[in-house]
Design a protein. Structure first.
Length: 593
């Protein structure tokens, strides 16, 4: 059984678009040669959002679609699959598109892979069949679907479940069962629960916990954030308590309602150690469930001194043109502008570095690359640059700062204020674009500048999140010699520490990674912790991080080369091939036995 090629169906909202972390995970898995040797068929399942009557079936598969196998909306059936798919479309009133898409992992040497894509139009699902399914979810699994019908995230993927399951039964030959169905986050849970109810067990079921939605909601909303939540969770689990007994009833959260039933599946794969504990914390049943840690991979590619110098030169040229100086040190944070990223912690560390840098006659640039709106056009960038010096200055309102970008920009304004005591040695800039190239930065960017250059050029990459199930971005520059500063709750921290232990290296002696632990207030009560108490603790931790960071910053090309060698050695142990070989595939083979 272990040597039989595996068919894996992935239910995800990123079947055709790479919107965030799940798309990156799918790319890493599907382009891994280790995955490809074991999994000979991958089927991505998601809602069909392109309802245009254009007749362009390939366009419905997104920018990476390569071939259409069937399209009900377009009357296209080159392989005769309508014989098995058309009855399902008619039964559930759910037009379907089946095709193939490609993956190219540019961060891993351009490795390639492909997957089938099944998209289902659920806008007018047959109501009677849907209600029968919701009744099944209640009677078999206690899921009170009527409470969540006004939440589109729940309703959309509940509607997807039945036609998706029947389509898989039609598309997978009988001799290829059992196959594996993976629910990426809550989106696939209704489909997985239906599969779990199948008496023939034709699909083994996995919940891939790219986060624990329940924990995220609590951490982000609590004034103490991670400083309050994780010590409270650890104390509670030692006493045999679970989330409801500590943080109250969570049943109003539809995502909690779904993921707390993951114990009804065959396995849960958690992308980090804390995420695994968060899943176990949901209930006594989840504590007894088959929860395994399956880290994400961290892409890396060999880089030599010449390539790194070229990248730094291009970034420095841009900085001189756009900001008026070439930084001695480049401190970056490439991320999304959301509360979980703890961006205020970056600035607290920077503030505590300024005096020492000034004494050395050095100047640093803190560059926050984040985008919380539609990417700005080149014309918009040129106009903003000419009118008020974007990105060093911003105006609120699109095409400039808008939505979740607003708070980071206001923090940076306060930080850069010349009247702030000690200001000047670290200048902060917000680049609110998706990408780092002439097309996104305008005429100040030299030809050939790219996000890859920014990653190679960085001396430091911040990532002190209050909630971070894994955090691929936090360690992306590690192989190039950047000092990566994740928080202790990041899943990537656990993977890195495992690699260091295998190398016989203590974390405190490993210069390219500095972990910020904001969860050490074990005596604190989560019920009474205020933002002021958290702020005071964060200030202490930020001072310690700044002190250690100043000691580790490279003062010469030789020291930077040493960081690159050390970072590359660890990054090489954290790739997708290893994840597939040692974590992902063993979990699948175990449940297929």
């Amino acid at each position: 059984m272990q040597d039989r090629p595996i068919t894996v169906a992935h239910v995800t909202h990123e079947a055709i678009d790479q919107l965030g972390g799940i798309g990156t995970v799918l790319e890493g898995l599907i382009t891994s040669p280790v995955y490809q040797r074991a999994v000979d068929r991958s089927i991505l399942i998601g809602p069909l959002h392109d309802w245009s009557p254009s007749g362009d079936a390939l366009a419905r598969l997104g920018p990476h679609g390569t071939r259409v196998r069937y399209s009900g909306p377009d009357g296209l059936d080159p392989e005769g699959l309508g014989a098995v798919l058309r009855p399902i479309e008619l039964a559930f009133n759910t037009p379907m598109v089946l095709g193939v898409r490609e993956y190219v992992n540019h961060l891993q040497g351009g490795t390639r892979g492909e997957a089938e894509v099944l998209l289902i139009d659920i806008t007018a699902t047959d109501k009677r069949r849907l209600q029968e399914f919701k009744h099944l979810l209640f009677t078999r699994f206690g899921l009170e679907c009527h409470r969540y019908e006004n939440d589109w995230g729940f309703e959309e993927y509940c509607r997807l479940a039945l036609p998706a399951w029947h389509a898989l039964m039609a598309l997978i030959p009988p001799n290829r069962f059992p196959a594996v169905l993976i629910s990426h986050e809550f989106m696939g849970m209704c489909t997985a629960l239906h599969a779990a109810a199948d008496p023939h067990r034709r699909l083994r079921t996995v919940f891939h916990a790219h986060e624990c939605s329940t924990a995220r909601a609590i951490v982000e909303s609590h004034p103490g954030h991670d400083t309050a939540f994780y010590p409270a969770m650890r104390r509670a689990m030692k006493r045999g308590l679970h989330v409801q007994g500590v943080f109250g009833d969570q049943s109003n959260n539809p995502r909690h309602a779904l993921i707390s039933r993951a114990h009804r599946l065959d396995a849960t794969l958690a992308v980090g150690d804390e995420t695994a504990n968060e899943m176990r914390f949901l209930s006594p049943e989840m504590q007894r469930a088959n929860v395994r840690v399956c880290y994400n991979g961290v892409p890396s590619a060999p880089i030599d001194d010449a390539a790194q110098r070229d990248s730094r030169r291009r970034v420095d040229e841009w900085a001189e043109r756009a900001l008026g100086f070439r930084p001695d040190y480049l401190l970056t944070h490439v991320t999304r502008p959301v509360i979980s990223k703890g961006l205020w912690r970056d600035l607290a560390v920077c503030a505590n570095m300024e005096r020492a840098l000034r004494d050395e006659g050095k100047r640093a640039l803190y560059l926050l690359l984040t985008c919380g709106a539609r990417p700005r056009s080149l014309e918009d960038v040129r106009s903003m640059r000419e009118r008020y010096g974007w990105p060093d200055d911003h105006h609120e309102g699109y095409p400039d700062v808008t939505g979740p970008e607003t708070e980071p920009w206001r923090m940076i304004q306060v930080y850069n204020n010349p009247g702030r005591i000690g200001s000047g040695a670290v200048h902060a800039v917000l680049v609110n674009q998706f990408g780092f190239s002439p097309e996104t930065l305008g005429d100040d960017a030299p030809e050939g500048l790219s996000t890859t250059d920014l990653r190679r050029a960085a001396d430091v990459e911040f990532g002190m999140s209050v909630y971070e199930p894994f955090g691929i971005a936090q360690l992306e520059p590690l192989h190039a010699g950047a000092i990566c500063v994740p928080s202790s709750v990041c899943g990537c921290t656990g993977f890195a520490l495992r690699g260091l232990a295998e190398m016989g290296i203590e974390q405190s002696a490993y210069a390219p990674m500095l972990v910020g632990d904001y969860t050490t207030l074990d005596h604190a009560s989560h019920e009474t912790m205020s933002q002021a108490e958290r702020d005071a603790h964060e200030l202490e931790v930020s001072r310690d991080i700044a002190t250690s960071l100043l000691q580790r910053l490279p003062r010469s090309a030789k020291e930077r080369a040493a960081l690159r060698e050390q970072g590359g050695a660890l990054a090489a142990r954290m790739g997708w091939d290893r994840v597939c070989e040692e974590m992902f595939l063993p979990a699948l083979r175990e449940i297929l036995r």
